[in-house]
Design a protein around this ligand. Structure first.
Ligand code: OAD
Length: 263
């Protein structure tokens, strides 16, 4: 099984701003104000406005899946083994490109959730404080279906299982700043997976985690990497170095550079 973790960098060439690059979303907004339950309690209109603007941007016709999203679809269709894409992104560009096995661990911008009846449904229009939940009819209970800081990411049981079972883990376009996602590569490595980073630049503080890195724009390096692994190579064992499980009490060794790691 191949597990892919994606972050904002994969959607950057589709015109969706990243968070921490220069010009990123967290340069102009404070996380505490727009991406925490406390911020929503203090000023819900501000938070709704923030996500309304992002939703509108995502739905504009010039925001489309790019070559990196499409390459992952090709990988899923052609590689002959299960591929799970775990995305931190709340945009819908992976599914628009055609990815089928996909988990939105940080929620989805085009969905609304009711804090009273727990309804989750597609929501493509602006969201206002006065909106009533279409399911239970209450007002003041709707919020964007986004996982904020201090909240538990979604699908963690499924993700944990996949990380323990993959032979190849690929991190694409994420700075590795936000846990638990930032710990997935180490978790996969600990289970014996080959761990690869595809990013604009090496993510800070993670240099000892990856067996290998390719650096450049996702729209270029992801299709090139997919082409490479779908092409029968001289090295038939490429990326199949994983020893599936660590011995009890010890870390998995997949190459000479592995170091023990305590989770
Ligand atoms: P960041 O903005 O922290 O990191 C984006 C990464 O993408 C950086 O490592 C960039 O170098 C890289 N990058 C930028 N442009 C790229 C391109 N064209 N091709 C390839 N890589 C590129 O975004 P995330 O790591 O996704 O959470 O952020 C993780 C989480 O922090 C988000 O899901 C969000 C945010 O706060 C929540 O809102 C809960």
């Amino acid at each position: 099984m191949i597990v892919i973790l994606t972050g904002a960098g994969i959607s950057q060439e589709s015109g969706i701003a990243t968070f921490r690059d220069s010009g990123g979303l967290w340069e102009n907004e404070r996380i505490e104000d727009v991406a925490t339950p406390g911020g929503f309690a203090r000023d819900p209109k501000r938070v709704l406005d923030f996500y309304n603007a992002r939703r509108k941007q995502l739905l504009s016709p010039d925001r489309q899946p790019n070559l990196a999203h499409k390459a992952l679809v090709r990988l899923e269709r052609e590689c002959g083994e299960p591929v799970l894409v775990i995305t931190q992104n709340v945009d819908d560009l992976h599914e628009r490109a055609g990815t089928r096995d996909l988990l939105h661990m940080h929620g989805e911008l085009l969905k609304a959730r009711c804090t009273s009846c727990r309804m989750i449904r597609q929501w493509e229009q602006d969201m206002f404080l006065e909106d009533a939940c279409p399911e239970c009819g209450k007002t003041g209970t709707l919020r964007p279906h986004i996982v904020w800081f201090e909240e538990m990411p979604l699908y963690m049981d499924t993700i944990e299982q996949a990380l323990g079972n993959c032979r190849l883990f690929v991190s694409i376009g994420t700075s590795g700043n936000v846990y638990p996602a930032a710990g997935f590569s180490m978790r996969a490595r600990h289970s014996g997976a080959h761990v690869l980073e595809l990013n604009l630049e090496p993510s800070q503080g993670q240099s000892s985690v990856f067996h290998e890195g390719r650096y450049g724009k996702a729209g270029e390096i992801v299709p090139a990497w997919v082409e490479e692994i779908l092409t029968p190579t001289r090295d038939a064992t490429k990326y199949s170095t994983a020893q599936k499980k660590a011995a009890p009490g010890g870390a998995a060794k997949s190459d000479g550079r592995d170091e023990p790691y305590l989770l």
